[in-house]
Design a protein around this ligand. Sequence first.
Ligand SMILES: Nc1ncnc2c1ncn2[C@@H]1O[C@H](COP(=O)(O)OP(=O)(O)O)[C@@H](O)[C@H]1O
Ligand SMILES: [Mg+2]
Length: 242
Amino acid sequence: MTIEFRNLNFAYDTEPILQQVNLTVATGELLALVGPSGSGKTTLLKMVNGLLTPTTGEVLINQQPLTSLDLLAHRRQTGYVLQQGALFPNLTVAENLAVLPKLNGWSPRQIKTTTAQWLQEVDLPTTILNRHPAELSGGQQQRIGIVRALMTQPPILLMDEPFSALDAITRQQLQTLTKQLQAKYAPTTIFVTHDMQEALTLADRVAVMQAGRIVQVATPAELQEHPVNDFVTQLIQGGTHA
Ligand SMILES: Nc1ncnc2c1ncn2[C@@H]1O[C@H](COP(=O)(O)OP(=O)(O)O)[C@@H](O)[C@H]1O
Ligand SMILES: [Mg+2]
Protein backbone atom coordinates (compact mmCIF):
# COMPACT_ATOMS: atom_id res chain seq x y z
CA MET A 1 0.00 0.00 0.00
CA THR A 2 1.60 3.29 -1.07
CA ILE A 3 1.34 6.64 0.72
CA GLU A 4 1.75 9.75 -1.41
CA PHE A 5 1.82 13.43 -0.50
CA ARG A 6 1.14 15.53 -3.58
CA ASN A 7 1.76 19.30 -3.63
CA LEU A 8 0.70 19.34 -0.01
CA ASN A 9 0.49 22.60 1.91
CA PHE A 10 -0.84 23.19 5.38
CA ALA A 11 -1.36 26.35 7.39
CA TYR A 12 -2.81 27.23 10.77
CA ASP A 13 -4.65 30.47 10.01
CA THR A 14 -2.11 32.11 7.72
CA GLU A 15 0.96 30.58 9.35
CA PRO A 16 2.43 28.09 6.84
CA ILE A 17 3.41 24.85 8.59
CA LEU A 18 3.95 22.51 5.62
CA GLN A 19 5.01 23.77 2.21
CA GLN A 20 4.99 21.97 -1.14
CA VAL A 21 5.47 18.50 0.24
CA ASN A 22 5.86 15.89 -2.53
CA LEU A 23 6.79 12.41 -1.41
CA THR A 24 5.81 8.81 -2.13
CA VAL A 25 6.42 5.99 0.33
CA ALA A 26 6.54 2.63 -1.43
CA THR A 27 4.71 -0.51 -0.33
CA GLY A 28 6.59 -2.14 2.55
CA GLU A 29 9.13 0.66 2.76
CA LEU A 30 10.34 2.15 6.04
CA LEU A 31 10.71 5.88 5.54
CA ALA A 32 12.18 7.94 8.37
CA LEU A 33 10.99 11.52 8.61
CA VAL A 34 13.70 13.42 10.43
CA GLY A 35 14.05 17.05 11.38
CA PRO A 36 14.34 19.33 14.38
CA SER A 37 11.50 20.01 16.79
CA GLY A 38 8.84 22.18 15.18
CA SER A 39 9.79 21.34 11.58
CA GLY A 40 6.37 19.79 10.87
CA LYS A 41 6.95 16.04 11.23
CA THR A 42 3.97 15.28 13.45
CA THR A 43 1.75 17.54 11.36
CA LEU A 44 2.70 15.64 8.20
CA LEU A 45 2.15 12.28 9.89
CA LYS A 46 -1.32 13.34 11.02
CA MET A 47 -2.24 13.97 7.37
CA VAL A 48 -1.90 10.23 6.72
CA ASN A 49 -4.68 9.13 9.05
CA GLY A 50 -6.80 12.19 8.49
CA LEU A 51 -6.31 13.73 11.93
CA LEU A 52 -5.41 16.88 9.95
CA THR A 53 -6.44 17.84 6.42
CA PRO A 54 -4.19 19.61 3.90
CA THR A 55 -4.98 23.25 3.14
CA THR A 56 -4.11 22.53 -0.49
CA GLY A 57 -2.79 19.45 -2.25
CA GLU A 58 -3.61 15.90 -1.27
CA VAL A 59 -2.74 12.61 0.38
CA LEU A 60 -3.20 9.47 -1.70
CA ILE A 61 -3.37 5.92 -0.37
CA ASN A 62 -2.71 3.41 -3.13
CA GLN A 63 -3.28 6.30 -5.53
CA GLN A 64 -6.76 6.97 -4.10
CA PRO A 65 -7.32 10.40 -2.57
CA LEU A 66 -7.72 10.02 1.18
CA THR A 67 -10.79 12.22 0.93
CA SER A 68 -12.49 9.51 -1.17
CA LEU A 69 -11.87 6.75 1.39
CA ASP A 70 -13.91 5.65 4.38
CA LEU A 71 -11.81 7.36 7.05
CA LEU A 72 -12.72 5.02 9.90
CA ALA A 73 -11.93 1.94 7.83
CA HIS A 74 -8.66 3.55 6.77
CA ARG A 75 -7.71 4.29 10.39
CA ARG A 76 -8.47 0.72 11.37
CA GLN A 77 -5.88 -0.47 8.87
CA THR A 78 -3.30 2.04 10.11
CA GLY A 79 -1.12 1.17 13.11
CA TYR A 80 -0.07 4.18 15.16
CA VAL A 81 2.70 4.20 17.77
CA LEU A 82 3.23 7.34 19.81
CA GLN A 83 5.59 8.38 22.55
CA GLN A 84 5.53 6.65 25.91
CA GLY A 85 2.25 7.12 27.74
CA ALA A 86 -0.04 6.46 24.79
CA LEU A 87 -1.61 3.30 26.23
CA PHE A 88 -4.98 3.66 27.94
CA PRO A 89 -3.90 4.06 31.58
CA ASN A 90 -7.12 2.70 33.07
CA LEU A 91 -7.03 -0.52 31.01
CA THR A 92 -4.85 -3.57 31.63
CA VAL A 93 -2.33 -4.62 29.01
CA ALA A 94 -4.70 -7.35 27.80
CA GLU A 95 -7.54 -4.84 27.51
CA ASN A 96 -5.32 -2.32 25.72
CA LEU A 97 -4.37 -4.96 23.18
CA ALA A 98 -7.96 -6.11 22.68
CA VAL A 99 -9.41 -2.73 21.67
CA LEU A 100 -8.60 -2.85 17.96
CA PRO A 101 -9.14 -6.59 17.42
CA LYS A 102 -12.62 -6.19 18.99
CA LEU A 103 -13.41 -3.36 16.57
CA ASN A 104 -12.32 -5.73 13.82
CA GLY A 105 -14.72 -8.39 15.08
CA TRP A 106 -12.26 -10.95 16.40
CA SER A 107 -13.51 -13.61 18.81
CA PRO A 108 -12.23 -13.54 22.43
CA ARG A 109 -10.41 -16.79 21.75
CA GLN A 110 -8.68 -15.40 18.66
CA ILE A 111 -7.68 -12.28 20.61
CA LYS A 112 -6.20 -14.38 23.41
CA THR A 113 -4.20 -16.66 21.11
CA THR A 114 -2.87 -13.85 18.94
CA THR A 115 -1.98 -11.74 21.99
CA ALA A 116 0.09 -14.60 23.41
CA GLN A 117 1.91 -15.05 20.09
CA TRP A 118 2.72 -11.35 19.87
CA LEU A 119 4.00 -11.15 23.44
CA GLN A 120 6.45 -13.88 22.52
CA GLU A 121 7.41 -11.96 19.42
CA VAL A 122 8.42 -8.93 21.53
CA ASP A 123 9.91 -10.97 24.38
CA LEU A 124 7.40 -10.21 27.11
CA PRO A 125 5.90 -12.74 29.56
CA THR A 126 2.14 -13.33 29.55
CA THR A 127 2.13 -12.43 33.26
CA ILE A 128 2.25 -8.82 32.11
CA LEU A 129 -1.28 -9.04 30.70
CA ASN A 130 -3.09 -8.21 33.91
CA ARG A 131 -0.96 -5.19 34.75
CA HIS A 132 -1.76 -1.58 34.00
CA PRO A 133 0.60 0.56 31.89
CA ALA A 134 1.91 2.43 34.96
CA GLU A 135 3.16 -0.93 36.27
CA LEU A 136 5.44 -1.40 33.22
CA SER A 137 8.84 0.08 32.43
CA GLY A 138 9.06 2.61 29.60
CA GLY A 139 10.56 0.00 27.31
CA GLN A 140 7.84 -2.53 28.16
CA GLN A 141 5.16 0.07 27.50
CA GLN A 142 6.59 0.74 24.06
CA ARG A 143 6.80 -2.99 23.30
CA ILE A 144 3.09 -3.18 24.09
CA GLY A 145 2.53 -0.07 21.98
CA ILE A 146 4.21 -1.81 19.05
CA VAL A 147 2.15 -4.97 19.57
CA ARG A 148 -1.04 -2.92 19.75
CA ALA A 149 -0.18 -1.26 16.46
CA LEU A 150 0.90 -4.42 14.61
CA MET A 151 -1.35 -7.13 16.02
CA THR A 152 -4.02 -6.67 13.37
CA GLN A 153 -1.25 -6.61 10.73
CA PRO A 154 -2.14 -3.22 9.25
CA PRO A 155 -0.72 -2.36 5.80
CA ILE A 156 0.30 1.08 7.12
CA LEU A 157 2.32 1.83 10.25
CA LEU A 158 2.92 5.34 11.62
CA MET A 159 5.42 5.88 14.44
CA ASP A 160 5.89 9.31 16.04
CA GLU A 161 9.08 9.58 18.12
CA PRO A 162 8.22 6.27 19.81
CA PHE A 163 11.57 5.88 21.57
CA SER A 164 12.47 9.48 22.40
CA ALA A 165 11.75 9.12 26.10
CA LEU A 166 13.77 5.91 26.56
CA ASP A 167 17.32 5.39 27.76
CA ALA A 168 19.98 4.64 25.15
CA ILE A 169 20.15 0.88 25.66
CA THR A 170 16.39 0.30 25.69
CA ARG A 171 16.13 2.53 22.69
CA GLN A 172 18.66 0.50 20.75
CA GLN A 173 16.87 -2.75 21.64
CA LEU A 174 13.57 -1.36 20.40
CA GLN A 175 15.14 -0.03 17.21
CA THR A 176 16.40 -3.54 16.46
CA LEU A 177 13.00 -5.02 17.28
CA THR A 178 11.23 -2.46 15.09
CA LYS A 179 13.54 -3.20 12.18
CA GLN A 180 12.91 -6.96 12.53
CA LEU A 181 9.14 -6.69 12.82
CA GLN A 182 8.89 -4.15 10.01
CA ALA A 183 10.88 -6.44 7.71
CA LYS A 184 8.77 -9.46 8.70
CA TYR A 185 5.30 -7.91 8.38
CA ALA A 186 6.28 -5.21 5.87
CA PRO A 187 3.72 -2.49 6.56
CA THR A 188 4.39 0.72 4.65
CA THR A 189 5.98 2.69 7.49
CA ILE A 190 6.65 6.33 8.31
CA PHE A 191 8.90 6.65 11.36
CA VAL A 192 9.18 10.18 12.76
CA THR A 193 12.27 11.10 14.76
CA HIS A 194 14.39 14.16 15.57
CA ASP A 195 17.40 11.85 15.87
CA MET A 196 19.33 11.50 12.61
CA GLN A 197 21.29 8.51 13.89
CA GLU A 198 18.04 6.69 14.62
CA ALA A 199 16.78 7.55 11.14
CA LEU A 200 19.99 6.33 9.48
CA THR A 201 19.92 3.09 11.49
CA LEU A 202 16.32 2.19 10.74
CA ALA A 203 15.27 3.56 7.41
CA ASP A 204 15.21 2.35 3.83
CA ARG A 205 15.02 6.05 2.92
CA VAL A 206 15.26 9.20 4.98
CA ALA A 207 13.25 12.37 4.32
CA VAL A 208 14.78 15.44 5.97
CA MET A 209 12.42 18.23 7.04
CA GLN A 210 13.36 21.82 7.70
CA ALA A 211 10.77 24.47 8.53
CA GLY A 212 7.88 22.63 6.89
CA ARG A 213 9.70 21.61 3.73
CA ILE A 214 11.31 18.36 2.71
CA VAL A 215 14.85 19.33 1.78
CA GLN A 216 16.23 15.89 0.88
CA VAL A 217 14.99 12.33 0.37
CA ALA A 218 17.66 9.67 0.06
CA THR A 219 18.89 6.30 1.28
CA PRO A 220 21.03 6.49 4.42
CA ALA A 221 24.16 5.88 2.33
CA GLU A 222 23.29 8.56 -0.25
CA LEU A 223 22.38 11.04 2.45
CA GLN A 224 25.71 10.59 4.22
CA GLU A 225 27.70 10.77 0.99
CA HIS A 226 25.82 13.63 -0.64
CA PRO A 227 24.00 15.84 1.86
CA VAL A 228 22.29 18.61 -0.15
CA ASN A 229 23.18 21.48 2.17
CA ASP A 230 24.80 22.50 5.46
CA PHE A 231 21.62 21.88 7.39
CA VAL A 232 21.63 18.18 6.43
CA THR A 233 25.38 17.92 7.01
CA GLN A 234 24.98 19.33 10.50
CA LEU A 235 22.12 16.96 11.33
CA ILE A 236 24.33 14.04 10.30
CA GLN A 237 27.41 15.27 12.14
CA GLY A 238 25.56 16.45 15.21
CA GLY A 239 23.55 13.26 15.68
CA THR A 240 20.68 14.34 17.89
CA HIS A 241 19.07 17.74 17.44
CA ALA A 242 16.20 17.97 19.88
N1 LIG B 1 -2.62 23.38 16.89
C1 LIG B 1 -1.65 24.18 16.43
N2 LIG B 1 -1.90 25.49 16.16
C2 LIG B 1 -0.94 26.29 15.65
N3 LIG B 1 0.32 25.88 15.38
C3 LIG B 1 0.62 24.61 15.63
C4 LIG B 1 -0.33 23.68 16.16
N4 LIG B 1 0.27 22.48 16.29
C5 LIG B 1 1.54 22.63 15.88
N5 LIG B 1 1.76 23.91 15.48
C6 LIG B 1 3.02 24.43 14.94
O1 LIG B 1 3.34 23.71 13.75
C7 LIG B 1 4.73 23.57 13.64
C8 LIG B 1 5.07 22.11 13.39
O2 LIG B 1 4.71 21.36 14.52
P1 LIG B 1 4.93 19.78 14.58
O3 LIG B 1 4.41 19.16 13.35
O4 LIG B 1 4.37 19.31 15.87
O5 LIG B 1 6.53 19.67 14.60
P2 LIG B 1 7.47 18.42 14.94
O6 LIG B 1 6.63 17.21 15.08
O7 LIG B 1 8.43 18.36 13.80
O8 LIG B 1 8.17 18.79 16.22
C9 LIG B 1 5.35 24.15 14.90
O9 LIG B 1 5.82 25.44 14.61
C10 LIG B 1 4.19 24.20 15.86
O10 LIG B 1 4.35 25.26 16.77
MG1 LIG C 1 6.39 15.93 16.71
